[in-house]
Ligand binder design. Structure first.
Ligand code: SAH
Length: 469
């Protein structure tokens, strides 16, 4: 980080602006939003700055810059169109260990003024550290459009109620929960629509009510297949309000980045070499964390109810009377289909799709006859290890040996790989390409479309299977 972000309180502090043209005006306009004493030094001044001077908003001295002008100042902004003068200002500031900003000259500046979204008292500052100003501007425009203009009113209202809320709830966790409930209630909308009285009433009612639970809560959240942009808004909201997040190895780092910074993150995956937790232990941890009053997120790859043991986790919570909710995620089959451009169903190729695991309790449980039907797509989860059995059994039960298959490794991530071939070659394809988990195997006529609607990642790899397959 080259720039340390701070919001400076300039109340009653003296600030110097050197220069009095249009560039200086822009900076002064921003400074005028604070309670700083603004001094301007310049050999001549624009009409605008003269006017501000006459109105007593700035103090103007029409003379050349001298280092003594820095006496008693906290900050200085050099905004002349003369580089030598600007450099003098910078050097004089250095001599006095004052922070100087030279407008439009990053090299000479000790601090930069970020682009801001002003919803006073909410301020959002954006900076690219001078690397990509256009990107910073576009982010700003994006945020400007998204944030209601009256967001500041909401912050003021929350500030006014803060002490009373503190008295009512002693634990910080309860207070946070209270405010989150206010934010997700109709209070903000009422305020944005100008009905301050109704909004205040709403807060009062919630404060007097018994609705803020003293007990914790568990959200079973689908993290999707890897790409963080595939999270639902609800999943995002849960990650932002969690006290503790239990996650496993299918959850991508990018998704974990979105967890509230102060939340505890607990890995409960089963990656080789790493500490692994038994399912029972995970279930007990979730229950106990909730019973101790925490907002718990159980974050699972894909969708929690598709080969995710979500049902077992809920059972324990239900038995303990813990409140919970479930946030669906994009399951690997859907993600793989989308990111390879291979529809799971298609009127010309497949009338149904079956989500199936290659990791079932025992293969004897599997109805191979049903799985081997034509006109349907199989989306096989956790199928790498059993790929020989899968191919053999499907063929033995009537699926054509040359049925097209596609194997997709790490779908939706930067490392997505896609391999296509025939059902009879499935185990060899996996071995020769060194396919690793997580990978999805698609089997069925829709796989003929492999490559036709490809839009993501590297182009298809050529199939190199040992002869005879
Ligand atoms: N609940 C998850 C599935 C868990 S089982 C879901 O709904 O997606 C784990 C299996 O899911 C993996 O072995 C693999 O077959 C599949 N899988 C998960 N993420 C994947 C990804 N990004 N790419 C391909 N397959 C994936």
């Amino acid at each position: 980080m080259n720039y340390f972000p701070i919001f400076a309180n300039l109340d009653n502090k003296h600030v110097l602006v050197v220069g009095a043209g249009s560039v200086a005006s822009r900076k002064i306009e921003l400074l005028r939003k604070t309670n700083a004493h603004i001094h301007v030094v310049a050999i001549e001044a624009s009409e605008q700055i003269n006017q501000w001077h006459q109105q007593g908003m700035v103090q103007l001295q029409l003379e050349a810059f001298e280092p003594t002008h820095l006496d008693g100042k906290w900050l200085v902004i050099a905004a002349t169109n003369n580089r030598a003068v600007n450099r003098n200002v910078e050097q004089a500031a250095v001599a006095r260990q004052l922070l100087a900003n030279v407008v439009d000259d990053r090299k000479l500046s000790h601090f930069i003024v970020p682009s801001i979204i002003d919803r006073d008292p909410i301020q959002i500052a954006i900076s690219s550290g001078g690397e990509a100003p256009v990107l910073a501007r576009s982010l700003r425009a994006d945020l400007e459009a998204r944030l209601p203009a009256s967001l500041g009113k909401l912050a003021v209202l929350m500030g006014n109620w803060r002490d009373r809320v503190k008295q009512r709830f002693t634990r910080p966790g309860q207070r946070r929960e209270f405010w989150e409930r206010v934010l997700s209630s109709s209070v903000p909308q009422q305020l944005f629509q100008g009905d301050k009285h109704k909004a205040e009433q709403g807060v009062l009612q919630m404060l007097n009510g018994k609705s803020v639970s003293e007990k914790g809560h568990v959200s079973l959240v689908g993290a999707g297949p890897g790409d963080p942009e595939l999270l639902t808004l609800k999943a995002m909201q849960r990650l932002q309000t969690a006290d503790v997040v239990y996650y496993d190895n299918l959850v991508s780092d990018e998704v974990l980045e979105l967890v509230r910074r102060d939340a505890e993150r607990i890995y409960v995956g089963k990656k080789a070499g790493a500490h692994s937790c038994s399912q029972t232990h995970i279930q007990e941890q979730l229950r106990d964390a909730a019973l101790s009053g925490k907002r718990v997120v159980r974050l699972k790859g894909g969708d929690p109810f598709v080969f995710g043991r979500g049902g077992e986790e809920l059972e324990v919570l239900a038995q303990a009377g813990v409140s919970f909710d479930v946030v669906p995620g994009i399951t690997a089959a859907a993600a793989t289909a989308a990111y390879t451009g291979i529809p799971l169903t298609h009127r010309d190729y497949a009338h149904s799709a079956i989500l199936v695991t290659g990791h079932g309790k025992e293969n004897t449980d599997i109805d191979w006859q049903a799985l081997a039907r034509t006109d349907q797509t199989l989306a096989i989860y956790m199928g790498l290890k059993k790929s020989s059995t899968i191919a053999e059994q499907l063929i033995a039960h009537g699926r054509a040996a040359d049925t097209p298959v596609v194997i997709v490794e790490r779908a939706t991530t930067e490392r997505q790989r896609q391999i296509s071939g025939k059902l009879r070659d499935l185990p060899q394809l996996i071995a020769s390409y060194g396919v690793e988990s997580p990978a999805m195997i698609l089997v069925g006529e829709v796989c003929e479309l492999a490559g036709r609607y490809a839009w993501f990642g590297e182009p298809l790899q050529p199939v190199e299977c040992a002869s005879g397959f």
